[in-house]
Design a protein around this ligand. Sequence first.
Ligand code: HDE
Length: 697
Amino acid sequence: MASRKQKSTRPSDNELTAGSGGELHPTTRDTQNALTTNQGVLISDDQNSLKSGARGPTLLEDFVLREKITHFDHERIPERIVHARGSGAHGYFQAYRDAGKLSCAAFLQNPKVKTPVFARFSNVAGGAGSVDLPRDVRGFAVKFYTEAGNFDLVGNNIPVFFIQDAMKFPDLVHAVKMEPDRGYPQAASAHDTFWDFISLMPESMHMILWAMSDRAIPRSLRMMEGFGVHTFRFIDAQGKSTFVKFHWRPKIGTASVLWDEAVKICGADPDFHRRDLHDAIERGDYPEWELSVQAFDQDEADALPFDILDPTKLIPEELIPLQPIGKMVLDRNPDNFFAETEQVAFHPGHVVPGIDFSDDPLLQGRLFSYLDTQLSRLGGPNFHQLPINRPRCPMHNFQRDAMAQMEVPTGRVNYEPNSLDPESPRENPEAGFTTHPANQSGDKLRQRSPSFMDHYSQARQFYRSMTQPEQDHIVNAFAFELGKVETVAIRRRMLGHIDTVDGALGKQVAAALGMKGQADKIKPATQPIDLQPSPALSMLGKAKPTLAGRMIGILTSDGFDAALLDRLQRAAAKEGAVTQVIAPRIGGVKSSSGEMVQPDHALAGAPSVLFDAVVLAVSEAGAEKLATNPAAIDFIRDAYAHLKVIGCVEAADLLLEKAGIEQDEGVVSLDSNRGASAFIEMAKQGRVWPRADSMSN
Ligand code: HDE
């Protein structure tokens, strides 16, 4: 056997051995890149298991093989029962100003302090390996590592929830997940068990309207709003409580994809959202959100036409405005997906002095559930010691031992009170967390408050607050989802609920399903009322022209105009957009000046659904070739059907013709010198909505 090459090197922490006189001296091996077992034994051969003879059986004695395989066998931990598929990033939160009037929370006091955060965005229904763009609610969870302990704001991208009481959560989740006998559908609510449950739970109607809206198919995790959903409390230094609702608003605005895009993106790039977040942070385009609260007292709460403890209701911001309190910037990708994004353990019960709970019965149930789930997901009660979960402030107590203990607590004292160690941790009545002394009294009973009984008014308000395209999408979403429901009685029941939400909506959905006049008659527990529409609920209504963070796909062919590409790239960069060059082949594309350009994508792997706007920058000869390429025709047809702005050189006319496209205001000529900027101006407006009408005529 060849002798092991030995070098004397500087010792590392885990490589010191005690020498004479207690002195530590280095072992004689190169630890920089030595492959070892988990016990630190150098490995001589990582290619072959130990066998009895070169062709003989493997020996049980091979501890190197067994350790490696055993570790591998246990690499996965149980995935989250909901929100299994998620993407995370590090960053910071910075308060705009001292929020002491509302809350004494340490991280809200000093605008100079940047509090580290870790955010995780997630899908709810699908497994960890499912796709990014099913129709689904998105989780929006943020862990603030504050100087007074960890605060987790575990919210969603929709401000209300399906159910009012934690008792129904397991049923809801069972109903939406794959059906238990057949094991499908994965990551999809369009099946009988989900709609059966929903049709029997009128309290879910408000959330269902949101789930059928564009909110459930976001364009990017960076373009989602986030909500704390429940009413929480802020507590000031004097102990005064103010109710608050939390809101996150993305700096680059909200945006969604169309349903047909969502379906196609799931095939073209199942990691569309995860990649988008990762790439944006890698290129220094850091996503940013503003955190606001709606703050109100008991009198204001009492004046609202619904109960602030009911998580199926929101407070229109036209009634109680948003007060911005700070911003979150995500500026660092995780180093390791498993160690950070997978092992991060959020819990709405992780609050700090200055923040407290309300009696919302859904929140109360969550306060039990999250700690409990971490025990089985992360293997025991020491998950707070994992680097991603550890508080960044000092942490001392007498909790000891248990599975996966990673600390070595010292000393004789592991109890309190004690007299043996005066330095050991003690409680702090002044600065310690004190629960707001809300007065509680009442009979013990299992009952839903009568103040929770109006299930339709806010659903109606939501629908009536949408713009026309948004309303159309809701109709289409219902038609798609209910179209997948096999049981006719469930469809009829749902049509009855939708009718109760809004008669016109009900008619359109029934017509789309070919089920006119078949809606069940629903008898609401409380008759719905007509609330004032809330324009702030519409994403399109409040969208500002922008290309920030958006992606432009430029389809090229050999002989493309290099100067035009340069103009486009510069104009797009000025608006904060990213351009990507697509070519027939990944090996390269030759510009008109003979320069070989390395494209970002081959056409076959870059359908137009991956971009917000597209450009056809082809040469005449290139257009002729592409005219016989189905991927090129699909690229254009889809871009047009998805109401995208299309920039074209004259040579692309042949392709437009082949794709059967009628030129409209959204098809912008790039042939003049002003072409690139005209295209950018048009693309900033977003989708070409009038085209939807002309296409449906
Ligand atoms: Fe969750 N939820 N949830 N939830 N939730 C979990 O915790 C639960 C609810 C939310 O990125 C689980 O660690 C109950 C509302 C997010 O790791 C679990 C109820 C809202 C995430 C759990 C709710 C959320 C979770 C699964 C009703 C929005 C992902 C794994 C009483 C305000 C956090 C885990 C992450 C995850 C329970 C309802 C948001 C099982 C019992 C309402 C963003 O503990």
